[in-house]
Write a protein that binds this ligand. Structure first.
Ligand code: AGP
Length: 612
């Protein structure tokens, strides 16, 4: 999704800070970039299709003045191809204002016709330029903030925008309806961004704007108004992420760095919450006490992508340990299927970013239908956290790689804790059983670290080398590890662009087995107990038809049956997804690297899908 950064400063120049902010936002995925700065005689803009380096090249060539107010943007094309002309910022006819935008203006065609009827010619294919010209028109008889409010009142859709006005006293206004937007209060001035990572190099005191907010920024303060122009109070929050978290350090890719951060993520997400004495879990976030949970009779899980795979594992954990029925759906399906929500339902959204449009919409739908809402989320202050009745925060730190790894493992850890909390609150889990489960969690870290050793990585690399050229992959799993098969397939798809399909192993004989041949590699996640037996027979069915099998897990007999084995230390069934996913993350990473793919910024993908 698009990245937005901007500032109005008391001192210093804004350009370098904006470029650095856009560089941090690159991880969100983009196809063009641009900046605008305010000068005494108006606005200066530099924008270019392609990577940020291309834009920096233009800045060097062109006389681009030092200025103290500016806005910048990385665009993920929705309306019109990624060209220099369609890149943001867009400037109005008078040359007074520049606009950057994340979102979609649904009624832009009718607004464009209206502008053209007034003789205003639009130069690009974008909906953003239509909004820019609207603001320019309104500016003829009102101040900037009012002009922005009036223009937005004409708009249907959703947006996060920043508007820059040039002249002797530059102005910056920003507004939000849907995609995230925040303002950072720094000593040297005021920063704005679509992601907290863009402003934490300058300040960690942040105001997260709400839907409908229009914020007027000066170099020393922020005034927030609603769409009617009434001033509204927005408290600033202290963000506990460090700017240093956003660096790659000595790692070749963010994804590999984040895979290796998983033992720390396990510790940060769980150890401070363990109540050894009671064999229970304590969440600092409100909404998880026995009383809060007493009225919950069923759970509706909603999420997208990798987070939905975490929701699948969550269902196994909560139904298995707390005996609460859990239903699941794609957020993008739930929001449109006129769902039935029974009394006593807890709608549980899972999301790394807390800004995924489909998941937010599904959560709001569930609330409309009477559900209590909760989320497992990684970003404090995100829309989902602020809108949910209760939140359970994962402590994975900022996840820059587009392909989610450490946030996924953090979601599984949080789900394990939640299942124990629910089980203890409902009297389904004894204190002793709670202590056992928590002890299993506490002893997981050294087992996880075994999978991150150089030797293990070398072993996975060998498997990647032998299988990088196959026609495709089937990822198969059962029970609590079926979602791990789905996740392994998604990881491989999104960073290596190879065909990979995740499937319930028991479904093999109902179709996919027809695809088995020497050039179709099968990655099979082994199980425990009865599941292990079933998985062994799946492996035998595949091998009997000449299909190569890569087995991953702790079941020795399954590993011995396979052509290739990625052995995982045994940690018991409930925690096995957390370990089993790591070899699959590494396998997808090594195959993508061998294929020369852009691992941290895969084509067509965005880190947080804040539009439909
Ligand atoms: C994960 O590897 C993907 N990039 C994607 O499926 C992601 O999980 C999905 O878009 C949901 O994002 P969220 O967790 O921020 O809601």
């Amino acid at each position: 999704m698009c990245g937005i950064v901007g500032a109005i400063l008391k001192r210093g120049q804004v350009l370098q800070g904006m470029i650095e902010g856009l560089r941090v936002l690159e991880y969100r995925g983009y196809d063009s970039a641009g900046v605008a700065v305010a000068t005494a005689d108006g606005i200066r803009v530099a924008k270019k299709a392609g990577r940020l380096e291309g834009l920096e090249g233009v800045l060097v060539e062109r006389d681009f003045p030092d200025a103290q107010a500016g806005i910048g943007h990385t665009r993920w094309a929705t309306h019109g191809p990624p060209t220099d002309l369609n890149a943001h910022p867009h400037v109005d006819d008078s040359g007074q204002v520049a606009v950057v935008h994340n979102g979609i203006i649904e009624n832009y065609l009718e607004l464009r016709d209206e502008l053209q009827a007034k003789g205003i010619e639009l130069k690009s294919d974008t909906d953003t330029e239509v909004l820019t010209q609207l603001i320019g028109e309104e500016l003829k008889d009102s101040g900037l903030a009012v002009a922005v409010g009036r223009a937005l009142a004409r708009v249907r859709g959703y947006y996060a925008i920043a508007v820059l006005r040039g002249g002797s006293s530059p102005e910056v206004v920003c507004a939000r309806q849907g995609p995230p937007l925040l303002v950072g209060l720094a000593r040297e001035g005021t920063w704005l961004g679509s992601d907290v990572l863009a402003v934490i190099p300058h300040t960690r005191d942040v105001i997260f704007l709400e839907d409908g907010d229009i914020a007027e920024l000066t170099a020393s303060e922020v005034t927030v108004r609603d769409m009617e122009g009434k001033v509204v109070k927005r408290e600033s929050q202290r963000v506990d992420w460090e700017a240093s978290h956003t660096g790659k350090g000595q790692w070749p890719h963010f994804m590999l760095k984040e895979i290796h951060e998983q033992p720390d993520v396990l510790a940060h997400t769980s150890f401070h919450r363990i109540d050894e004495e009671q064999g229970d879990v304590r969440f600092d976030e409100g909404g998880w006490t026995d009383a809060d949970l007493a009225g919950i009779d069923c759970i509706q899980g909603i999420a997208c992508g990798t987070a939905l795979h975490a929701a699948h594992v969550t269902r196994s954990l909560i139904e298995g340990l707390a005996r609460v029925p859990v239903d699941l759906d794609f957020a993008s399906e739930f929001r449109y299927r006129d769902p039935i929500v029974r009394p006593g339902t807890l709608a549980l959204a899972i999301s790394q970013s807390g800004e995924t449009a489909d998941t937010l919409a599904a959560l709001r739908k569930a609330r409309e239908l009477g559900a209590r809402t909760a989320c497992i989320c990684n970003v404090a202050g995100s829309t989902m956290v602020r809108e949910s009745d209760s939140a359970l925060m994962t402590q994975a730190g900022p996840e820059i790689g587009v392909a989610s790894t450490k946030a996924f493992v953090a979601q599984l850890v949080a789900a394990y804790l939640l299942a124990i909390r629910l089980g203890r609150a409902r009297g389904v889990l004894s204190r002793d059983r709670g202590r056992e489960l928590l002890n299993d969690l506490r002893t997981l870290r050294p087992k996880m670290e075994q999978l991150l050793s150089d030797d293990f990585r070398e072993h996975v690399l060998g498997i990647a080398q032998r299988h990088q050229g196959v026609k495709g992959f089937l990822f198969l799993g059962r029970g609590i590890n079926y979602p791990i098969a789905l996740e392994g397939a998604l990881k491989l798809k999104e960073i290596s662009y190879m065909h990979a399909e995740g499937y319930a192993a028991g479904e093999m004989k109902h179709g996919p087995i027809a695809m088995i041949e020497a050039w179709m590699s099968s990655v099979v996640v082994t199980g425990h107990g009865l599941m292990a037996q079933k998985v062994r027979s799946n492996i035998e069915q595949i091998r009997a038809r000449g299909g190569p099998v890569i087995a991953v897990g702790a079941d020795r007999e399954s590993l011995d049956l396979a052509d290739e084995a990625m052995e995982v230390p045994d940690c018991g069934e409930w925690l096995s997804p957390i370990l089993n996913v790591i070899p699959l993350q590494l396998l997808s990473y090594e195959i993508a690297r061998l294929r020369g793919c852009d691992i941290d910024k895969p084509r067509n993908l965005a880190k947080s899908v804040t539009v439909e």
